[in-house]
Each structure stands twice: as C-alpha cells, then as structure tokens.
Ligand binder design. Structure first.
Ligand code: ATP
Ligand code: MG
Length: 190
C-alpha cells in the first residue's frame, strides 16, 4: 500500500483553503485541484509499503509522538509555487506560527523512518499545502512575482495541532483517496 505521514486540518480551515482554490481556479487554464478531503500537510512520503510493515511503523511513530507537545500553527497568507512559472507545477500555501515545533517533529519522523529503511527526502523540508497542480495562469505577469502568486488571502486562524496520522493513499474509482490508518497524539511536555 501507498503510505504517507501527514497532518489534517479542522473543517473551517479546509473550507478557507477550498475558497482559495476557487480563487485560483478562476485565474488559470487547466490545473488539477486536490479534493477538499485531501488537503493536508505532508510530513513524510513513505511510498509503496507492504502491509506487514505497519506494526513497526506504528511503534516508531508512537514513540515520536510521545516526545513532542501540541503546538500552534496557522496557514500562511502568501501563496507560493514550485517549478516553472507557467504552467505552475505546484501552487501552495505555507505555514506560520510554531514552525520550528513542526520542523522538529518532521525531523524526528524522518530519523525514525530512516531507521526502518525509508529514505529521507534530500531536499530541505518545506512545509506546504498543495492547492493546485499544473495550472497555467492566464495573466502571469500580474499573478506571478518572484516565486509568489500575488493574490489576496483572508488571514487564517491559529490552530492547535495535537496529532499527526499515518495515511494510506489509494486510487478508488479513478479518484485519489486518503484514508487515515492511525493517529498519533502529541503527548510530550512543552
Ligand atoms: P496524485 O499523485 O494522484 O496526484 P497525491 O499526490 O495527492 O495524488 P500521493 O502521490 O499518494 O497523492 O501523495 C501523498 C502525499 O505525499 C502528497 O502530499 C504528495 O505531495 C506527497 N508525495 C507524493 N510523492 C512524493 C515524493 N516522491 N516525495 C515527497 N512527497 C511526495
Ligand atoms: Mg502524487
């Protein structure tokens, strides 16, 4: 099964992310837009993994969660993009708040998973939520500037992040579907 480790957001935040997606939709031609249920923050992608390995992954992630405390995070109000200017490969929003707590958890997850043989990303971790892929901006000179997509964003509320999840990613009737297999509550002391 195809697995990754990620963080889900409260519904009011997902709703705001959807309205941001809709703003982008109106400014582009083409583009693929993750379904609302799939908007999330990835900590680590594990990829195709035998089901028999879930128990040891579960154990390792429980240990990580026991070492970290809940923390505050908010979706940032600037939209960035990865890849070429136009079409834009990935349009995304970043995170603000206690990003260092998030990065510490991500680094701990990466170390724990590398001990189980899952290669860590070579690129530095850049926390982001993917809003759109392969989108061609119709007025690129207006919308795209210095690695940012110039759009007004309603400020997002602070969220208390209390858990992360091991999630399976499957194609079901032609649609990408994520399914949380286990959640890990952050149980460390501040
Ligand atoms: P699709 O690939 O069908 O467009 P998706 O990207 O949402 O859908 P997955 O490819 O299963 O679904 O990815 C799950 C999560 O892991 C996503 O956040 C994705 O960005 C991330 N991810 C996928 N592949 C990699 C990879 N090779 N390296 C790092 N992160 C990845
Ligand atoms: Mg993918």
């Amino acid at each position: 099964m195809r697995l990754f480790i990620g963080v889900d957001f409260p519904k009011r935040v997902v709703d705001e992310l959807c309205s941001l997606q809709n703003t982008i939709r109106d400014l582009v031609r083409g583009g693929r837009f993750p379904a609302p249920d799939n908007l999330h923050l990835t900590l680590q992608f594990l990829g195709e993994t035998p089901e028999s390995r879930i128990a040891e992954i579960h154990r390792a992630l429980s240990a990580v969660a026991s070492r970290h405390a809940p923390f505050q995070l908010a979706v940032d109000d600037r939209i960035g993009y990865f890849g070429s200017m136009n079409p834009v490969r990935v349009a995304w929003v970043g995170m603000k708040g206690d990003v260092s707590a998030l990065s510490a958890i991500q680094a701990d997850v990466a170390t724990a998973m590398s001990e189980l043989g899952f290669a860590a990303e070579e690129r530095a971790y850049k926390p982001h939520i993917t809003l759109a892929r392969d989108a061609f901006f119709l007025q690129s000179e207006v919308n795209l500037k210095n690695g940012a997509i110039n759009l007004p964003v309603t400020p997002f509320p602070l969220m208390r992040i209390e858990q992360f999840a091991l999630i399976s990613s499957e194609i079901d009737q032609g649609r990408r579907r994520y399914r949380p297999l286990a959640v890990f509550r952050l149980a460390g002391e501040k």
